[in-house]
Design a protein around this ligand. Sequence first.
Ligand SMILES: CC(C)(COP(=O)(O)OP(=O)(O)OC[C@H]1O[C@@H](n2cnc3c(N)ncnc32)[C@H](O)[C@@H]1OP(=O)(O)O)[C@@H](O)C(=O)NCCC(=O)NCCS
Length: 184
Amino acid sequence: MNLKGIDTEWRVKRLDLNTKIKPFESEDSELNDFLCEDAKDYFAQMLAVTYLIETDKETVAYFSLLNDNLKRTIQRDLTTEESRIWNRLNRKMPNRKRKGTYPAVKIGRLAVSKKYTKSGFGKFMIEAVMRMYLEKAQLAGCRFITVDAYESAFGFYERNGFSFLTDKDEGKHERTMFFDLKTI
Ligand SMILES: CC(C)(COP(=O)(O)OP(=O)(O)OC[C@H]1O[C@@H](n2cnc3c(N)ncnc32)[C@H](O)[C@@H]1OP(=O)(O)O)[C@@H](O)C(=O)NCCC(=O)NCCS
């Protein structure tokens, strides 16, 4: 598959304990450190699974996934905005299936190497997560994708169909966002 202006061969790979991680440098040093220092431990402890996009020489991008849920605040603590968000979200559920908690998969970490940003790899990874949960027989129910998005990436997630879950984290550098897989 070719992305904008990328003619180098690349592939997607699931990280395991034997994976030799190739050099990676995104704009965010914490995300670089996670890949090089923690991703294997998270895998070994069954806390997150990491997927790599790599060429023969380097890591182009990666994301890690873990199980999560979308949980509504108790009624008396709901803000007007949260009530609106949950009403809209629940409207897509059959009456008898409406709940205050729904199963989700969380994008724990996601980053693209500086050299490859704005080439479509970020979008490709979001779509890959969607495909994982829509095209394959599900091992367990999963209705939403969640992410604690960095401020600099709010626009990226919005462009990919994600919305904010609450207004309580407004003004913070990291905000919870979600995507309903049933909207595809
Ligand atoms: C944010 C990041 C993942 C985007 O990846 P990318 O490969 O450059 O994004 P893409 O090329 O796939 O862009 C997809 C779309 O999002 C838009 N977009 C990309 N980055 C954006 C940003 N920071 N803000 C707003 N829109 C953005 C693109 O213009 C494109 O729009 P289009 O579909 O209309 O053409 C990447 O810049 C990155 O790794 N940043 C550092 C780490 C980080 O912030 N990770 C997110 C942690 S939650």
